[in-house]
Structure formats: structure tokens, C-alpha cells
Design a protein around this ligand. Structure first.
Ligand SMILES: [Zn+2]
Length: 352
């Protein structure tokens, strides 16, 4: 059944339309928008939605989350990032079953739909069970099998990622894949190199946590014997389409260096605030030409998957913390939550 949405106020992220048009019609045939105009005549039997007084806009894109963490909502209890991971989250994750992953992901998919998010970039494990929830709810997700090189199971993890790619790459238009490297501080340089090579060979983006707090920066400096974590990105990631989540602890000079690479940044302000990490210099990143999108992180640290919350924090923090009311106008923030997310995931042709 085709759908006509009529009388809506349309917000467009296209360069070829006005940003805001009143009393518009949007016609959807199958899974594609085929007409947008003042007057569109439906066919007999079409579903008609009268959207008077409502906004019609692109679906939001959450470029950093962990869908299975809906069952760890609000588990921070004043922990730092590293204590929260090692003392609370990782021990609980060790006990998760495939059924837990399916239902936890299902809850997150429902939360996405109810808050206007149609696409997410997920980083977790037992990924096939998340994929079942994605298929059951019809959302669009880019997924991975997260690689951490912290114990003897690294080889198994890498094997699981490769199997996932073999089974799901190019099979379902709503499901794409990337190579999830948990972080530089949870992997050896050899594993990082192996994963980048695998991503390049299979034309997949890389998704990684990066410079979330000061301790992480210190750990990377001592583990890799570098002055700056950006040294590793310049050396190892230079030809790789990469989505770096967080990037809170970056100097302006480091931001400039990242802007020369194929780096996309997923800004997750609420998670960063709740874990006491700080506020990323997001406006500076945008000014330097980096593609910056938005993420909620998992509900454990981010509380929810509501990108409207994230958009509000993004705008207010950049204005208030950096003392410039001109920072982050509303349309710029909407771009971060929509088209910039599509670019980050390499999906800008499919979901403009
Ligand atoms: Zn995360």
C-alpha cells in the first residue's frame, strides 16, 4: 500500500529545496519517496495521513550506539569510564545470552522508532541476534562484531566478524557492516593493523571509540609510545573511511590534523557529560571541515536513544561552554543528526 502524507510542514536537508515549506504533500510508493509537492493526488486505496500541524522531516541517524545496552540503562553510579567498563559493564556483558541480546536490541529498536531515529551505527557482539531485532522492526542499522584484544579470545572475535561480513554483506538494504575496533587502548597495534587492512580489502568503514577522556589519552600515549593518539590515526588510518566516536580530548591542532584524513566524528555529548569526560570542541571540528554527526552511545552511559535530547545538548553546550551564541544554529544541528550521519556511514546516496 502506498502512502500520502498531506498538509505537513516539510523540513528538507536537500540543497535543492527550501529548508522549510508549509502545507506540503509527501508521497511514498513502496519504500521510496516518489513525490513531494503542494498537491499530490493519491490512488484509490492509498493510505492517507493528514499531518496538519505536524513536521515531516528525514529520519534521524544515530552514529554511535550499542543497541543491546538498553538493559544497562543508568548503571553509571558515579564511575569513571574505565571503572564503569571494567567493574560493572564487562562482567555483566560476560553473562549475556543470545536471547538477552535479541530482546535488549528489540527494546532499543522500538525506542529508536518512537523518537524518530531510522538508522543507527551499532557496536557490540552476538550481532546476529541484534540483526534479528533489526529485521523484526524494520529499522536500518550498520553493525559490527566489536574487536577487543584484551584476552585469548581475540582470534575468535576476528573470526566472528569475518563470518558476519560473509553472511550479511550486500544481502539486505537495511543492514550494512563495518569493522568495529573498540579502541586503541583495548587493542594491540598488530590487531589494529590487521583490522584496518581487513576493512580496506572489504571496502568497509572502521568504527572506533577515540579520546573519550584524559585517562584514555594517557593510556594510548604509554601503550603506543606516541606524543598524541592522533599520531596513530595519521600513521595507520590515513586511507580508511573511519568513524571516531567521542573525540573529547583533542586540541585544536589535533583537530586540524584529523581534518586532513578520511575521518568522521560521532559526537556523543550526553554520554560524555554523564561519565565526566568533558565537552568536545565540535564547532571547531565543523569549522575545520570534518564531517561531524551525532550519537547517543548506549543507554548505560547515554540514558536513552533520543536524538532530540542529543541535538539540544549539542547546540547548548557549544554556545554556552565556548561562549559564542553564534555556534551551532539549529539547521546545522539537524544536518549533524541526518545528512552528516548518512555521510559518516557511507549511505548518503541511499538515505539523503
Ligand atoms: Zn560507545
Amino acid at each position: 500500500m502506498d502512502i500520502l502524507i498531506k498538509n505537513c510542514d516539510l523540513i528538507s536537508m536537500s540543497n535543492f529545496r527550501a529548508r522549510y515549506e508549509k502545507n506540503m504533500c509527501v508521497y511514498i510508493q513502496g519504500d521510496k519517496i516518489t513525490k513531494i509537492g503542494k498537491d499530490v493526488t493519491p490512488k484509490p486505496g492509498d493510505k492517507i495521513i493528514d499531518a496538519e500541524g505536524k513536521i515531516c522531516m528525514p529520519g534521524l541517524i544515530n552514529t554511535h550506539t550499542h543497541l543491546s545496552m538498553s538493559i544497562f540503562r543508568e548503571t553509571l553510579d558515579g564511575y569513571t569510564l574505565q571503572d564503569w567498563l571494567t567493574k560493572k559493564i564487562w562482567p555483566m556483558e560476560d553473562k549475556l545470552t543470545k536471547e538477552d541480546i535479541y530482546f535488549a536490541s528489540l527494546l532499543s529498536c522500538l525506542e529508536m522508532i518512537s523518537t524518530g531515529t531510522t538508522t543507527a551505527n551499532d557496536m557490540y557482539f552476538m550481532t546476529e541476534d541484534t540483526i534479528k531485532a533489526v529485521i523484526d522492526t524494520g529499522v536500518r542499522v550498520q553493525l559490527t562484531r566489536t574487536i577487543m584484544d584484551t584476552d585469548e579470545t581475540t582470534k575468535t572475535r576476528i573470526e566472528e566478524l569475518k563470518q558476519l561480513v560473509e553472511k550479511f554483506k550486500d544481502k539486505n538494504p537495511l543492514i550494512t557492516l563495518n569493522v568495529g575496533i573498540h579502541g586503541l587502548y583495548t587493542n594491540s597495534i598488530n590487531t589494529v593493523r590487521e583490522m584496518i587492512q581487513y576493512a580496506n580489502e572489504n571496502e568497509l568503514p572502521v568504527h572506533m571509540h577515540f579520546c573519550e577522556n584524559e585517562k584514555e589519552v594517557q593510556d594510548i600515549r604509554s601503550m603506543y609510545n606516541v606524543n598524541s593518539p592522533v599520531d596513530i590515526i595519521e600513521r595507520e588510518f590515513k586511507d580508511t573511511h573511519t568513524i571516531l566516536a567521542h573525540c573529547v580530548e583533542l586540541t585544536e591542532e589535533e583537530i586540524e590534523r584529523l581534518s586532513k584524513l578520511k575521518i568522521n566524528i560521532a559526537h556523543c555529548p550526553i554520554s560524555n557529560l554523564r561519565l565526566g569526560c568533558g565537552v568536545a570542541k565540535t564547532q571547531k571540528m565543523i569549522n575545520s571541515g570534518i564531517n561531524v554527526s551525532l550519537g547517543t552511545d548506549g543507554q548505560g552511559s547515554g540514558s536513552n536513544l533520543d536524538l532530540f535530547d542529543t541535538m539540544k545538548f549539542t547546540a547548548l553546550l557549544q554556545k554556552g561552554v565556548f561562549e559564542d551564541a553564534q555556534n551551532m544554529d539549529s539547521y546545522k544541528v539537524l544536518e549533524m543528526a541526518t545528512i552528516n550521519g548518512a555521510k559518516a556511514l557511507g549511505l548518503e546516496k541511499e538515505i539523503r
